[in-house]
Design a protein around this ligand. Sequence first.
Ligand code: FES
Ligand code: FES
Length: 625
Amino acid sequence: MIKLTLMVNGVAKQVICEQDESLANVLRENLGLTSVKIGCATGQCGSCSVIVDGKLVRSCSMKMKRVKEGAVILTTEGIGTPDNLHPIQVSWIANGGAQCGFCTPGFIVSSYALLQSNPSPTREDIRNWFQKYRNACRCTGYKQLVDSVMDAAAVMRGEMPLDDLLFKIPEDGRIWGTKYPRPTGVAKVTGTLDYGADLGIKMPTGTLKCALVQAEVSHAKIISIDTSEAEKMPGVEKIVTHKDVKGKNRITGLITFPTNKGDGWDRPILCDEKVFQYGDALAIVCADSEKNAKAAAAKVKVELERLPEYMNAQAAMSDDAIEIHPGTPNIYYTQKVAKGDETAPIFDDAEVVIEGDYFTTRQPHMPIEPDVGFAYLDDDGKLCIHSKSIGLHLHLYMIAPGLGVEPENLVMVQNPTGGTFGYKFSPTMEALVGAACLATGKPVFLAYDWYQQQTYTGKRSPQFTSVRMAADKEGKLLGMETDWTVDHGPYSEFGDLLTLRGAQFIGAGYDIANIRGEGRTVCTNHAWGAAFRGYGGPEAEFPSEVLMDELAEKLGMDPLELRYKNVYREGSTTPPVVIPRFTPCRDVRHPSSQVRGSQKENGCQFHRRDQARCRHRPRCLWFRS
Ligand code: FES
Ligand code: FES
């Protein structure tokens, strides 16, 4: 242990800490300065930026043994407060620089340091500074941030009144279309908005800290999980395994379409019989500190029998591949599309035919805020789970049966959340903290580190897509054939819905009279698929747009002219149709909220069973169409 007196935001503070502790943790946990956010914890994202003795540093990477006695430290709390905002903070709000806001305090400190050293930076200077000090933002695209610094610098030089940055309600009182400040703006720019990890520090005494035991192979049978040695480690309260989960220990993937060959109950909360992907959760260690929990997690012994690992769709589709989920074929959902006439004769007769094969990759969401959450039992005995969930009601029903909790006894809460970009449309750790809380009867807290963020959250699913287009010599599209394969990883969550996007969006925007195509969802042992910005759109439109460029080249046409010629217009006689077509019934209580278009006369499943008594009929889009 070391003892230091530091001058933090103008106030002398004594800290006693391990010399190997990071400055970020000491500022957050010893001094309560939670504007210092920890994103990557490896010096790569800048969210933990502070100024130490006049130098901008990433405090997650600075060990306390490098901090000198009497060091002068400035955090966002010392730059401005909600009642007394600094011009940089005002400018950040005015320019929309704080979106999710998780990166914001780090950027404010970084900008402050920049303007101390260079009061008149150019836009390029600002970009270079952020690059040099590794300030990363996943939400804004940086323009707003550069604008913010430029305006703040002008105010600080006395060239612009601060008042110019303050929002004024228009005379007509209309807010829509204005730069009305984000309601959470002040809290975000001052670092006073508590995200999940900040709330975790403020949990009651006795809250257990969790660490995951994760699989280090991609496909295996579990022979045994031995926790005996780990249980003897210091500070350990309990090691939770599948045996402690009272419900069906599965998270449902919410099968969307009845033609899906799986039942959706494919993701274990804690693996019991098999490991399906690298990073799967095998056990949760609950201990008095995160350090002790992690040390004990390393002592859990898992005996496995390795199985073939199918790391892409082609491998999982091969004739000799075993079923990853026994009883469900690896190709568990097929989606066809058909429109107009059969395409084979059209391609035979067409003057121009062009085709291409495309691969769009798996992609991590890379939020600056890692996954984080906690759970506790409230005074009514309800299980309360706080997380980054962006689908609270959905997630409640996805995890309640697995935990063995009645939905009415489960409360889901979204913490202030750093951007998720879609990955939090799937539950990640909600069921894990729920299981740990129920097994221990105590509040529990789990913060992912960057490794866990990469290995136990969903990713954009890779897609293999083949497209053929037929056209006449003038560039009029006559037909399209498509084939696409979605590698959705081992868990079915929304995989069928994602695969539908291929039918909807390959060639979207163009008036193509004749289309035939087929897509499929494939179970593999790579990372599980989750929603991502655009949800299937980029995977579908990238191939057809590239092919349009190639077609233009082949025809010697301008690519824009080719698109303009074929673009879908009002009055086009051939709107895009997906067959089987599904039209959503708006009543979410329907067991299947979809309508199969080929069964027009019958409507959705719910209506088919009892049309006369269906009180939702007026709201079913099918019956309105
Ligand atoms: S650089 Fe410190 S948390 Fe990312
Ligand atoms: S506002 Fe920068 S990461 Fe969200």
